[in-house]
Design a protein around this ligand. Sequence first.
Ligand SMILES: [Zn+2]
Ligand SMILES: [Zn+2]
Length: 54
Amino acid sequence: MAKPGKCEHTFKVIKSDTTLILWNCNMCHSGPHWWIYECAKCKLKACKTCMAKA
Ligand SMILES: [Zn+2]
Ligand SMILES: [Zn+2]
């Protein structure tokens, strides 16, 4: 199990094909976004601003 705060995030952009699936940023709770950055390892979802400082 990855320990919280120990992940070296590897973000990649994920985009929704449908308005039915939207995401909120897990860090600042902005949103909903139709695209977001998701860490491939811990599945953290972050907006562009949070991704830059995560
Ligand atoms: Zn991560
Ligand atoms: Zn954010």
